[in-house]
Ligand binder design. Structure first.
Ligand SMILES: [Zn+2]
Length: 90
């Protein structure tokens, strides 16, 4: 999995804002992101280890250890969902 930091996610966040890919929730920490450029779909999943955010995508960029916009799209949805869960507990 790739460690997600403020630095290495910056370009992907820009791409994600431009492309606005659709994201579908599968289950906890697992999402499907629809490519903005073609009909590909990518599963992205997340984990937290020692307070560090980790993520993995199925695309070529992620295979090379790069943070892709799919990961950012999924991470954004993940954070949003966790926010909803917290709100529901109160
Ligand atoms: Zn990707």
């Amino acid at each position: 999995m790739i460690r997600l930091t403020t630095e290495n996610t910056q370009n992907a966040i820009k791409r994600c804002k431009q492309l606005k890919p659709r994201v579908k929730y599968i289950k906890d920490r697992l999402f499907v992101v629809y490519s903005a450029n073609n009909s590909n779909v990518y599963h992205v999943n997340f984990d937290v280890s020692n307070g560090e955010k980790l993520g993995q995508c199925e695309c070529k960029a992620s295979e090379r250890g790069l943070v892709c916009y799919h990961l950012v799209a999924g991470a954004t949805a993940n954070i949003y969902r966790q926010g909803i869960n917290k709100a529901q507990k109160h």
